[in-house]
Design a protein around this ligand. Sequence first.
Ligand code: BTN
Length: 235
Amino acid sequence: MKTIHFETIDSTNTYLKKNYEKLDNFTFVSADFQSAGRGRNNRNWKSEKGENLLFSLLIKDKTLIDKFSSLSVISAFSIIKALNLKHLSIKWPNDIYYKDSKLCGILLEAVTRNEIECLIIGIGLNVNQREFVGEYKRTPTSLYKITNQTQDMRLLKDKIFNQIYSDFMKVKEAYDFYNDIKEYDYLKDRQVYADINNEVKQIKVIGIDKDYSLKVLNDNELINLSSGEVTLVKY
Ligand code: BTN
């Protein structure tokens, strides 16, 4: 495992995209501040300087690259284990929720030439930030908001990096986390809107499936969603 830290950078994901060739497998890059932090679907990821854990992990290992569809869910699970708090769950495929608020977002990107050269798993965990000002569908939460305590960022970072590293080593050795992660399935049995063949449909989620896709009921037919955005239906 290697670690690199920047006080300020555009985005830790972008840094790895530009530099992956000369960096080792399992390099973790973190930053106090990102001037152009990126979220999913071309959204920005804004975070106050030094308040949150912002990092990206470079994966060049072929065995892990082949399992890429499971890795954001497994990263979320590793973080949940490291945090050891109640009411945390994985909102498939890339978020960690505390009750009904987002605590952590994950942006998994693949750099592809003829085949996938590497994966970049970018993680933004809200730690000590107290207020979130901006346009959010639902206001996010942070460890501070949950526990009323300020976290030591270095300790937390070490704990999370070590947990992800050790879990990914197990994945490499063919350990299947499915039975562990399915206990943390936020969307299980909920109604959601999902984009299915370019049409937004209201569907019922059955739950995360063995291959880490999402099993849903669409027009009385069971189908599996492998990527894309699902939004909860509000009542
Ligand atoms: C999302 O929920 O939309 C995913 C957010 C991912 C944010 C992290 S912060 C560290 C890494 N660098 C980025 O530019 N994005 C990810």
